[in-house]
Design a protein around this ligand. Structure first.
Ligand SMILES: Cc1cc2nc3c(=O)[nH]c(=O)nc-3n(C[C@H](O)[C@H](O)[C@H](O)COP(=O)(O)OP(=O)(O)OC[C@H]3O[C@@H](n4cnc5c(N)ncnc54)[C@H](O)[C@@H]3O)c2cc1C
Length: 563
């Protein structure tokens, strides 16, 4: 077994991981582990943009941004954390602009800003509709310039934690199948979301909730997993995202009767109400028979024709091309068939405002973390903002932490146990491949822990997830090769998916109210008296143990949410 030593190891090379690495590398030896090439991280798929209250188009300030975020979160976000996000993001954008990111600009040279769901002003800065791609490439240049070592195509399988102190991580080198111990004084988890828990998702295949599961298994607190964001507009069939920017630029939603139905649900903000509201409106239209396309394939239409070809090609070239390439539709002439799909994981590794988890030396940032700035529903454009702001803070905290710490010894037993666990995946007694279990998991999560939830279905889902977990114990990887064994990778990831799914279903079953993205048909109202609190899970004897923590409220008293 190889031992690879760095002061700080960052798992994940998306925007959060790269930002953290950049900051940590300013005073320590920092390295990144990523299961894909850094530029293939899901951050690169972000289209619409990044929120920052520059006020370039209409007067704006951090307090207005904070209010929209808190209201969007259905008052579950911790308001002191939101303040940090909204006060710091403009500096982060100026920083990444100075690194060379090319944002769209107004004629006077200021950054252009477009309207986005739940924002009371045009606040979303953007680079066409490929904002994530632009930011990720820019940061990657800085990573290279600053000599951050990147272990790309390495799959981290577990964290090494003894006596509640993190001492590094274990990872498989996908190129030869060998396991190495990454010995470090601190680990930053930045592994992104867990969209692949669901049958329909906009997430790339890497979104399997690895870090959330690894931290949970190591004893860390994980919170608010019941809050899963569904996106209103994904291309029918593939569920490729059609960015909110399409509605921000003036796109409208139509049902089978050709009605612009959002007027019924959000008379003021219409298509630009927050995502949870637009998703439920679309699903209600479909459930009540006003969807298009017959049973099992229902959708509504996103109408971009009014924009005209020139504006489409200038402002939304990616949307235009995705519709053309994946549905053979010319969006300038024909409506795009869209349906909701999973999009974002609001819950995750519980951290404080400086990104410390409940385990010493373990930090988390980005989509896998729950600080919490998104509460029960994230606003579009706020996730990229979170990656930059809290990625930098995680790097700074880890840097400060490692200055006072010694490099740990080598916990041989832990390392050997992990080698044995991975080896056993080739010998599973049940002989079953992982793919069938994964598909069943994704289906039950979509069917029963989806947009509309109820007690009976949630209990069903919990039972199914448990049974699938039992079957997982006997999984056998059929492909015996060690070089780029994607089946082995997926078998490891399935364990992570099962953990995430179990916590999502359990959290949803516990929460007897409707708030943000979590809608219970048997408890349709928000209940601030009993449920204005975070769900916190820790693993005890192999099972989730739940407790609750109050939401931190500073300036904005909870009110009814109308749009
Ligand atoms: C299609 C799409 C469009 C979006 N558009 C927007 C938008 O316009 N605006 C906005 O604010 N948000 C948007 N989002 C959300 C936002 O892009 C993500 O939440 C954010 O980029 C996540 O960044 P991250 O750094 O936390 O993780 P990611 O970018 O997801 O990166 C995760 C990293 O972790 C690594 N990793 C994971 N598991 C392991 C493991 N076990 N071992 C080693 N490495 C591992 C991966 O290799 C990857 O490098 C969008 C999301 C999607 C899916």
């Amino acid at each position: 077994m190889d031992v690879i030593t760095h002061d700080v190891v960052i798992i994940g090379a998306g925007l959060a991981g790269q930002m953290a690495a950049l900051e940590a590398s300013s005073g320590a030896d920092a390295a990144i582990i990523s299961k894909v090439h850094p530029l293939r991280s899901h951050s690169g798929a972000a289209q619409g943009g990044i929120n920052a209250p520059f006020g370039n188009v209409a007067p704006d300030d951090w307090e207005k941004h904070a209010f929209d975020t808190v209201k969007g979160s259905d008052y579950l976000a911790d308001q002191d954390s939101v303040e940090i996000l909204c006060k710091s993001i403009t500096s982060r954008i100026v920083e990444i602009d100075s690194f060379g990111a090319i944002f769209d600009r107004l004629p006077d040279g200021k950054l252009a800003q477009r309207p986005f769901g739940g924002g009371s002003f045009p606040r979303t800065c953007y680079a066409g509709d490929a904002t994530g791609h632009e930011l990720l490439n820019t940061l990657y240049e800085q990573i290279i310039k600053n000599n951050v070592k990147v272990y790309e195509e390495w799959l981290s399988t577990s964290l090494v934690v003894e006596n509640n102190i993190c001492r590094g991580a274990l990872a498989i080198n996908l190129k030869n199948g060998e396991i190495a111990y990454f010995r470090s004084k601190a680990v930053i988890v930045a592994t992104g979301g867990s969209g692949r828990v669901y049958e329909r998702t906009t997430s790339s295949h890497q979104g399997t909730g690895d870090g959330i599961s690894m931290a949970y298994r190591a004893g860390a607190q994980v919170s608010d997993m019941e809050f899963v964001q569904f996106h209103p507009t994904t291309l029918i069939g593939t569920n490729i995202l059609i960015s909110e920017a399409a509605r921000g630029e003036g796109g409208t939603l139509l049902n089978a009767k050709n009605e612009r139905f959002m007027g019924k649900y959000a008379p003021k903000m219409m298509e630009l109400a927050p995502r949870d509201i637009v998703v439920r409106s679309i699903q209600t239209e479909i459930n009540e028979g006003r969807g298009i396309g017959g049973e099992g394939a229902e959708f509504v239409e996103l109408d971009l024709r009014e924009l005209g070809r020139e504006k489409l090609l200038q402002k939304l070239p990616q949307v235009y091309k995705l519709a053309k390439d994946f549905a053979n539709i010319d969006a300038a002439e024909t409506c795009i068939p869209v349906q909701p799909a999973q999009h974002y994981t609001m819950g995750g590794i519980r951290t404080n405002n400086a990104c410390y988890s409940s385990i010493s030396g373990l930090f988390a940032c980005g989509e896998c973390a729950c600080v919490s700035v998104h509460g029960a529903n994230r606003l579009g454009g706020n996730s990229l903002a979170e990656t930059l702001v809290f990625g930098k803070l995680a790097g700074a905290s880890a840097l400060e932490y490692v200055r006072k710490k010694e490099m740990p010894g080598i916990p041989k037993k832990v390392v050997e146990r992990e080698e044995e666990r991975i080896e056993n995946l080739f010998k599973g007694s049940g002989g079953e491949p992982e793919a069938g279990i994964r598909k069943e998991l994704q289906k039950v999560m979509w069917d029963k822990v989806g947009i509309f939830r109820n007690e009976r279905e949630l209990e069903d889902a919990m039972r199914t997830v448990k049974k699938l977990g039992e079957r997982y114990a006997g999984v056998r990887v059929q492909d015996g090769s060690r070089v780029f064994n994607t089946e082995l990778m997926q078998a490891v990831e399935l364990c992570f998916l099962l953990d995430n799914a179990g916590l999502m279903a359990y959290g949803a079953q516990l929460r007897k109210e409707s708030r943000g993205s979590h809608f219970r048909t048997d408890f349709p109202d928000r209940d601030d008296k009993n449920w204005l609190k975070h769900t916190i899970f820790t693993m005890k004897d192999g099972k989730p143990h739940a407790r609750f923590e109050p939401v931190r409220i500073t300036s904005f008293k909870p009110e009814a949410r109308a749009y």
